[in-house]
Ligand binder design. Structure first.
Ligand code: C2O
Ligand code: CU
Ligand code: CU
Length: 479
C-alpha cells in the first residue's frame, strides 16, 4: 500500500497542491465533510415512492465560497435519490432553466422508453419519469442531463446527483461499516459562475482546478468507526481520478452495477468519468489520512493542451498531455477509532460470469476523431439520432470489441444493458463485475460481453467525456 513517502515520490514533489494556495482555508469546522441532501420522498402506497425534482440556476456554496450554478432542487451536487430494490418510482421533473434539458438515470437498468435520451423537456415543462427499481441492483448510480449537444455545459455547470439503491433482501456485513457517498466533481469558475468551454475544452474535455468532494474543497471526514465504506462517483465531465489513501489499501467491494464476489485489495483505483466504485477502508490505527488524486496521464487530443497543476498553465503547448502532475488531496479522513473490530465480509455476492463463448454476435467499435479534433466518431460516423447503428436481438449475448486508436483515453458507456469486461489490451479481467462504463486507454482494445436482456427499444452508447459525446462520439443501438 502507499505510504506517504511513496505518494510524495509519485507526485514528484510535495503533497501540497498548488490549486489550493489561492483558496482561503476556512476554519477546520467549516471544512466538515458535507453530504448531499436526500431527495424527500413520499409514499402514497406500499412500494411506491414519489418525488419532485427541478433544474434551475441557484447560488450555492462551493469549496468555501459561493457560485451561481445549474442545480437540482437548488443543491450542488443534486439531492441523492435513495431507493430500494423493487420500489416503483414516480419522479416529477420540471425544467426551470432557459434551455431544454432532460434526465438520464445512469446505470439503472430501466426501459429505454423511460430513460430516453431523445426526449427533450422544454423550459417551463414538466415530465413524470416512472420506473421500477430492478431487483439485484443495489449499488451506486447517478442522474444527469442527456440532451445531445448540451450535456457538457449542463453537467459542468452542476447538474448531477447520486442514486443509491439499497438491497431489500440482503443483509450483509457491509452494513456495519459507516457509509459515505463521495461525489467527485471538478469545477472552474469565472465571474461567479461556471467557466465557459474553450475550443480546447471541446477537444480534451473540460476540467477545472477545483477538485470538489460533495461540493467541498478538501473536507475533513471524521469517523470513530474501524472501517468506512466510500461510495465514489465520478460526476466530472472529463477528469480522471486515480485514487489512493495514505497508509491503507482500498478494499473494492462494488463496481458500477453493484457488489462483486469478494473484496479486492487495491493500492489505487482509477475512476474514469461516469464510473462508480465502492471501497472499504479498514483503519489500522487512529490518525489523519488523505484520500488523494494521484497523477494520471489520459493522453492528448490535437492542438493546444494544458498541464494540470490544479489550474491552467499559462501557454498552450502543442502535443502536451492532459496529465496531472501532482497528487491532490480530495478529502481527509480523521479516524478517531475505537477498539471494536468490525468483521469484514469475505463473500459479498454471487456474480454471474459471462463467457465469450456464449455470444452469438461479435461487433467491433472503433473510436475516432476528425483531424482538427472538432468532431468525434464511432466507426467513422458522428452521432445521428435518426440512424440506427447497431441492431440487436433481445435475449442474446454479444461481444463488443472497442478499439481506441486515438491518442487519448475514452471512457466507453452503454445505457440500459450492463456489461462485463472480458479483457483489456489482451489481458483477461481478473474477476467478473457488472459495469456500464469502461475506460479504453489510448491505443488499446477492450472486449466486453453485453447481454441484451429484459428490454427492447432504442438506446445509446457513447464516450463519457461528455464533450466528445456532444461532438459526435455516440451511437444508437436498437434491440
Ligand atoms: Cu452518464 Cu449516456 O450517460
Ligand atoms: Cu448513462
Ligand atoms: Cu472520448
Amino acid at each position: 500500500m502507499l505510504s506517504r513517502r511513496d505518494l510524495m515520490k509519485l507526485a514528484g514533489a510535495t503533497l501540497a497542491a498548488p490549486a489550493f494556495r489561492s483558496v482561503a482555508w476556512g476554519a477546520r469546522e467549516d471544512r466538515r465533510f458535507p453530504t448531499p441532501p436526500l431527495l424527500p420522498l413520499t409514499r402514497p402506497a406500499p412500494g411506491v415512492v414519489e418525488a419532485e425534482l427541478f433544474a434551475s440556476w441557484a447560488q450555492v456554496p462551493v469549496g468555501g465560497s459561493t457560485a451561481r450554478l445549474m442545480t437540482y432542487n437548488g443543491a450542488f451536487p443534486g439531492p441523492t435519490l435513495q431507493l430500494h430494490e423493487g420500489e416503483q418510482v414516480r419522479l416529477r421533473f420540471t425544467n426551470l432553466l432557459e434551455e431544454p434539458t432532460n434526465l438520464h438515470f445512469h446505470g439503472l437498468r430501466i426501459p429505454p422508453t423511460v430513460d430516453d435520451p431523445f426526449r427533450s423537456i422544454e423550459p417551463g415543462e414538466s415530465f413524470v419519469y416512472e420506473f421500477g427499481v430492478p431487483w439485484d441492483s443495489a449499488g451506486t448510480y447517478w442522474y444527469h442531463p442527456h440532451i445531445h449537444g448540451h450535456v457538457a455545459t449542463q453537467l459542468f455547470a452542476g447538474l448531477a446527483g447520486a442514486i443509491v439503491v439499497d438491497s431489500s433482501r440482503r443483509r450483509s456485513r457491509l452494513r456495519l461499516s459507516e457509509s459515505h457517498l463521495v461525489v467527485l466533481k471538478d469545477l472552474a469558475l469565472e465571474g461567479g459562475g461556471p467557466a465557459p468551454h474553450s475550443i480546447f475544452d471541446w477537444m480534451n474535455g473540460k476540467e477545472g482546478p477545483l477538485l470538489l468532494a460533495n461540493g467541498a474543497l478538501q473536507p475533513v471526514l471524521r469517523t470513530t468507526r474501524q472501517s468506512i465504506r466510500l461510495r465514489l462517483l465520478n460526476a466530472s465531465n472529463a477528469r480522471y481520478y486515480r485514487i489512493g489513501i495514505e497508509d491503507h489499501p482500498l478494499l473494492l467491494v462494488a463496481t458500477d452495477g453493484g457488489l462483486i464476489e469478494a473484496p479486492v485489495s487495491l493500492d489505487e483505483l482509477l475512476l474514469a468519468p461516469g464510473e462508480r466504485a465502492e471501497v472499504l477502508v479498514p483503519f489500522a490505527r487512529a490518525g489523519e489520512f488523505s484520500l488523494l488524486n494521484l497523477p494520471y496521464d489520459r493522453g492528448r487530443g490535437i492542438g493546444g493542451m494544458r498541464g494540470d497543476r490544479g489550474g491552467y498553465m499559462g501557454g498552450m503547448h502543442l502535443g502536451g498531455s492532459v496529465a496531472t502532475s501532482v497528487a491532490s488531496p480530495l478529502l481527509t479522513v480523521a479516524a478517531d477509532i475505537d477498539s471494536r473490530i468490525v468483521p469484514l465480509p469475505r463473500r459479498l455476492a454471487r456474480v454471474e460470469r459471462l463467457e465469450a463463448s456464449a455470444a452469438r454476435v461479435a461487433r467491433r467499435l472503433v473510436l475516432g476523431m476528425t483531424m482538427m479534433g472538432l468532431e468525434f466518431t464511432i466507426n467513422r460516423k458522428t452521432f445521428d439520432e435518426n440512424r440506427v447503428d447497431l441492431h440487436g436481438r433481445e435475449g442474446e449475448i454479444e461481444v463488443w470489441e472497442i478499439e481506441n486508436p486515438t491518442g487519448m483515453d475514452h471512457p466507453f458507456h452503454l445505457h440500459t444493458y450492463s456489461f462485463q469486461v472480458l479483457s483489456r489490451a489482451g489481458a483477461p479481467e481478473a474477476f467478473p463485475a457488472w459495469k456500464d462504463v469502461v475506460n479504453v486507454r489510448a491505443g488499446e482494445v477492450v472486449r466486453i460481453a453485453v447481454p441484451l436482456r429484459h428490454f427492447r427499444g432504442k438506446t445509446v452508447y457513447h464516450c463519457h467525456i461528455v464533450e466528445h459525446e456532444d461532438r459526435g462520439m455516440m451511437g444508437v443501438l436498437e434491440v
